[in-house]
Design a protein around this ligand. Structure first.
Ligand code: CU
Length: 224
């Protein structure tokens, strides 16, 4: 049984790498600091005939145990910040050229998806609307326009490592490129009322043929 969450978007791996980097750096310092702390407690425990030393913490040979790790941690902070900015710029600041643009609308309590029909243009008469089920093509880059009809929601696709707030009155644009076919969860991750807990959906990442058939089969017939 696999306990890890699949990485189903092009940038999922870089976000996981960032989390791993921070976990390893913070975890190593935690273990080191706690180990040293308990060693001090054991080493300088009360013993008969040994007088307590009174130290005020300003002695250079003691201060270096604070200042040197402090400097190291500041350097590692810079490493984390540089890594985080690189991922942020790639995921949030850069908008790669889209193969298709879709609209994602949050409302109490479900997701409405609007995507181009056979004409491949959004906001035309043959757009396809679905509720809670989003169908996309593997290896294609999508822009999504997030909107809300009522309150704050948050659009989350865990396998894509997407979590983006949805704000009434605004259109927030983001992107993803699915890299693994399959059906995955969509969640709302912003408390949005009594039905928040059931505001889930599914994203179906389909292969090219399967998706072309889905588009063809679901494009509404438009009478001119
Ligand atoms: Cu919601």
């Amino acid at each position: 049984m696999d306990f890890t969450l699949p990485q189903a978007s092009s940038y999922a791996g870089s976000i996981d790498g960032l989390i791993l980097l921070i976990t390893v750096l913070a975890g190593a310092w935690l273990l080191l600091a706690e180990g040293f702390f308990f060693w001090l407690i054991w080493r300088f425990r009360a013993r008969d005939g040994v007088r307590t030393q009174y130290l005020d913490g300003t002695e250079p040979h003691i201060k270096k145990w604070i200042s040197r790790p402090h400097t190291l941690i500041l350097i590692l902070d810079v490493v984390v910040i540089v890594a985080a900015i690189r991922v942020w710029v790639n995921v949030k600041q850069t908008l790669p050229v889209a193969d298709a643009t879709i609209r994602v609308i949050g409302q109490q309590w479900g997701w409405v998806f609007q995507q181009p029909g056979a004409d491949r243009q959004l906001d035309t008469a043959d757009d396809i609307y679905t509720t809670d089920d989003l169908y996309v093509e593997n290896q294609k880059t999508y822009h999504f326009q997030l909107q809300s009809r009522d309150v704050l929601h948050s659009f989350s696709v865990p396998v894509f490592r997407i979590k983006q707030d949805v704000v009434p009155g605004r259109t927030i644009t983001g992107w993803f490129t699915p890299i693994a076919a399959g059906t995955y969860d969509i969640q709302c991750v912003e408390i949005c009322g009594i039905g928040h807990g059931v505001m889930g959906g599914r994203i179906h990442v389909q292969d090219a043929n399967e998706h072309a058939a889905w588009i063809a089969g679901n494009t509404p017939t438009v009478t001119q």
